[in-house]
Design a protein around this ligand. Structure first.
Ligand code: GSH
Length: 407
């Protein structure tokens, strides 16, 4: 039998004690400081580390520092964190000078994500000229992804496609308190809908909208339908202004909902429907799908979406202590973020308790000795930079956000 992907969760569950949900600020801030120390010792802000965008490159580490600078309980370190965020941004800015046209509007893996983070950081340090410059570059990058098939691998998903660009624009607008260029964003949303319709029609899909990435109809957060629909649901006013699109989006979400298995999980891709899905990650499976169903609940207020989220949370509690590592893409922190989402959504202390328990688990011998070290151990998505964001967010759960995909 294949070795289990997760450590069995033998931690006691929430029992309603007030002490269960006291946020262990000292533990969390020490853990964050340890991560920051490890990163500074082992990952120099040098050009050779600057590529691969927010996902693996120093831009993601720069984002981590920026994110930590906003955690109220760590405000005494704000200046230090912002200084470091600028240092780690520099190699990423150098790396994108040599990028190709196809990378310009890509958010998680390419230039657009670096522009957005740069704009937010320069605004935070009071450099309005630089910040405006990067905001302008971000906006201009959007024109690249206007063409329906601007990428041959698939033009709509989160990492390199339009959903990433759109969610990034929402993040940037919120972060820098600037108006969303609604005309541009609505036009991209229209293209996403049209692209999904065409694909679904051509491939006789059982739902109105479908997409593929490298010929696979992914359903989960990283490359799949889930985050494309989430982007369409999240753009303010878009679905109200386009009732036909709204119906197609809802029908497609309801189709996805019908694929939730009895254990609470979702298939990775449409060619895996019916097979039991083992991936309980943010990138594939319940850990990422929960953001879409939570958003659907907020938009339509139908209990079935919340029920789906609660089923996913139970699954994540049981099978979410992943052996792959501490990261947010396919690691323990990524799954821990799901509890923070549900805590904000329902106010139930159980979810906060579970989030804290996941953080504590990452300091046990069982995890430290038994989990795999990611290929990019300090990165935002695979490594401990994302873990630090999760720990920081546990200190202020009401303002917690999974990076860029939870706006
Ligand atoms: N290179 C990664 C690391 O070192 O952390 C591992 C690759 C990985 O886990 N990829 C994710 C996955 O779900 C998708 S982003 N892989 C398929 C699997 O686990 O079966």
């Amino acid at each position: 039998m294949a070795p289990a992907r997760y450590f069995p969760n033998t931690m006691p569950d929430y029992e309603g004690q007030e002490t269960d949900t006291q946020i262990p600020q000292g533990f969390l801030s020490k853990f964050v400081e340890k991560i920051v120390e490890d990163i500074e010792k082992s990952l120099r802000p040098m050009d050779k580390n600057g590529g691969d965008g927010l996902y693996l490159g120093t831009a993601g580490v720069s984002y981590m520092y920026y994110h930590l600078s906003k955690i109220p309980a760590m405000s005494e370190h704000k200046h230090r964190f912002l200084t470091k965020s600028v240092e780690y941004l520099a190699p990423a800015l150098n790396a994108i000078k040599n990028s190709s046209q196809r990378d310009i509007s890509s958010f998680i893996l390419g230039n657009a994500g670096v522009y957005a983070v740069a704009a937010a950081i320069y605004q935070a340090i009071g450099d309005k000229i630089q910040s405006d410059n990067f905001k302008k570059m971000y906006r201009e990058a959007g024109s690249i992804c206007k063409d329906m098939q601007f990428l041959s691998c698939g033009s709509d998903e989160l990492f390199v496609g339009r959903a990433g660009y759109v969610l990034g624009a929402l993040w940037l607008s919120k972060e820098t308190n600037t108006e969303l260029p609604k005309g541009d964003i609505y036009a991209l949303c229209n293209t996403m809908v049209e692209s999904g319709r065409k694909y679904a029609h051509r491939h006789r899909c059982p739902c109105p909208l479908m997409y593929s990435y490298y010929q696979v109809e992914y359903l989960g957060a990283a490359h799949g339908l889930c985050t494309i629909l989430q982007a369409l649901l999240t753009v303010p006013g878009y679905l109200d202004a386009n009732p036909v699109h709204a119906r197609e989006v809802k029908t497609t979400i309801d189709y996805l909902l019908s694929l939730q298995d009895s254990g609470g999980n979702f298939p990775c891709a449409s060619d895996e429907i019916g097979a039991r899905s083992e991936l309980v990650h943010w990138c594939h499976g319940a850990g990422g799908m929960i953001y879409l169903m939570a958003k659907a609940y907020l938009v339509w207020n139908e209990p079935k979406y919340l029920k789906s989220c609660e089923k996913m949370a139970e699954l994540i509690w049981a099978k979410g202590l992943l052996k792959k590592g501490p990261g947010i893409c396919h690691g323990v922190a990524g799954n821990g973020y799901a509890f923070l989402l549900l805590y904000r959504l329902t106010g139930k202390p159980k979810h906060l308790y579970r989030g804290i328990a996941f953080a504590k688990f990452m300091q046990t011998d069982e995890f430290v000795k038994g989990a795999r070290t990611p290929d990019y151990p300090f990165s935002l998505y695979e490594g401990i930079a994302g873990t630090a964001c999760f720990l920081g967010d546990l200190m202020c759960p009401q303002q917690a956000v999974f990076p860029f995909s939870d706006v």
